[in-house]
Write a protein that binds this ligand. Structure first.
Ligand SMILES: NCc1[nH]cc(CCC(=O)O)c1CC(=O)O
Length: 464
């Protein structure tokens, strides 16, 4: 009984010594010597034991084997028979086998199975003097769930849908599992399914018939246009669903660019914004909750904000494609909407890419400029696009702005995962959930993904 007090008190006192002193070999030896003497005076015959325990508390400085009592394996006490999670955890797989002579100190876990064995040839080692063992918090499923820093839910997803003016669902070859949906048919079936799965936000992309495309993309603000019809249809059938739209001219532009193309190949900025404002107001009129400018023209967020407010739509939000990169990962999307930049005409230069307005993938500081401008101009959500190749940008914007951050897991990212999964090269569910989780962990609370419905299903599956 008598030695219990110093055995507890001295390590505690030791912990009160500043770490810098503890880590200094000479200083700490002196201190320990003093501590030992003090213990000797106050506790008489029990100090030898106390000293032994003292040594055990400083095993980062003193090799543990030199301790008079030898090492004392830090073995977790046996889990009770009532905690199946712990039993199912790593207790059954302790990596270190303790030397036989000390086996009495190793209490076996309470399981029906025989004592755990190690493979023949496993080196016999004394437990290392490791105080911080992060694996402790990963031992059981319950603990892992408790300590999860990021949790993905269906409420985080926005489901992007391609719509067309027809009845059928038309599969998109580079995106197996994704189709263009009929604006009055498949779209509503799809949204109904989404809602059932807990995905209550959609973003609409119209496949405009070629004959309606013009170099000034005026179809973009046709009140009876495909996007406007889609918005109305969804809001009418599912008023609680939050409808996001795309603001850019490319689906309506006969030259395939997000802005109006001048004959020398310059993508006009301010003239394009004029059209974007009309597009935004017409989408708001149709019932959009958020309009999402995806074109990367300068100053469009402020202009659209003013246009919406002037038209009485101050409650309609703006999800700004803040840092949208000139990425190769949009390929399948452009196939879905047939919206690739067109080849050059005889007397018209049409740039083959979008590099004069979308950001250079080499840059991240530039994204901060865009973020500051969008924030000042009245954006409600800042988006980064694509997702996985730009996790640093997501994190950067998350750390610099207090607005919600969105990440677009784009068509090419979907196609990559799908292709690997269809080939049997990846476990689709595990890989997709990890990809989506990484976007949230980086700082995105809003995730646009073609996997939204499938991921929501998987989440439900895991709940059950
Ligand atoms: N402004 C058009 C737009 N809006 C969303 C995407 C891409 C989405 C995806 O790839 O999933 C694009 C394509 C582009 O910029 O060329």
């Amino acid at each position: 009984m008598r030695d219990a007090a110093p055995a507890l008190a001295e390590p505690l006192l030791w912990m009160a010594v500043p770490r810098s002193v503890r880590n200094n070999r000479t200083l700490s030896s002196l201190l320990l010597l003093g501590g030992g003497l003090a213990a000797l005076l106050s506790w008489g015959p029990t100090t030898r034991n106390a000293g032994g325990r003292q040594m055990a508390t400083i095993n980062l400085i003193q090799p543990i084997s030199s301790s008079p009592r030898g090492f004392q394996p830090l073995v977790p006490s046996a889990p009770s028979a009532r905690s199946p999670d712990l039993i199912a955890g790593d207790f059954a797989h302790r990596p270190i086998q303790y030397p036989a002579s000390r086996a009495v100190e190793v209490r076996a876990p309470v399981t029906a199975a025989a004592a755990p064995r190690v493979p023949e040839g496993t080196p016999q080692v004394e437990p290392l003097p490791i105080r911080q063992r992060p694996r402790r918090n990963r031992r059981s499923p319950v603990a892992r769930e408790m300590f999860a820093e990021t949790v993905l839910t269906a409420a985080n997803f926005i489901w992007p849908v391609f719509v067309h003016d027809g009845e059928e669902d038309i599969p998109i070859s580079s995106m197996p599992g994704v189709s263009r949906l009929g604006v009055d048919t498949g779209l509503l079936r799809g949204v109904e399914e989404a809602v059932k799965l807990g995905v209550k936000s959609v973003v609409i992309f119209p496949k405009t018939p070629d004959e309606l495309k013009t170099p000034t993309a005026d179809e973009a603000y046709n009140p009876e246009g495909l996007a406007q019809r889609a918005i109305r249809n969804v809001k009418q059938a599912f008023p609680e669903v939050v409808v996001y739209t795309d603001i850019a001219l490319d689906p309506y532009n006969s030259l395939g660019h997000d802005g109006i193309v001048r004959s020398d190949g310059v993508i006009l900025n301010d003239e394009t914004i004029h059209q974007l404002c009309k597009q935004a107001v017409s989408q708001a009129e149709a019932g959009a909750d958020y309009v999402s400018p995806s074109d990367m023209m300068d100053g469009r967020i402020g202009a659209i904000r003013d246009a919406l407010d002037a038209a009485g739509y101050s409650n309609v939000g703006i999800m700004a494609y803040t840092a949208k990169y000139a990425s190769a990962f949009y390929g399948p999307f452009r196939e879905a909407l047939d919206s690739n930049p067109r080849g050059p005409g005889e007397d018209w230069v049409v740039p083959p890419d979008k590099k004069t307005y979308q950001q250079n993938p080499a840059n991240w500081r530039e994204a901060l400029i865009e973020a500051r401008l969008d924030e000042e101009e009245g954006a409600d959500i800042l988006m980064v696009k694509p997702g996985m190749p730009y996790l640093d940008i997501i994190k950067g914007l998350h750390d610099q702005s207090n607005l919600p951050i969105a990440a677009y897991h784009v068509s090419g990212e979907y196609a990559m995962l799908k292709a690997a999964a269809l080939n049997g090269w990846l476990d689709e569910k595990a890989a997709v959930m990890e990809a989506l989780l990484s976007l949230k962990r980086a700082g995105a609370t809003v995730i646009l993904t073609y996997y939204a419905l499938q991921a929501a299903k998987w989440l439900k599956e895991d709940e059950a």
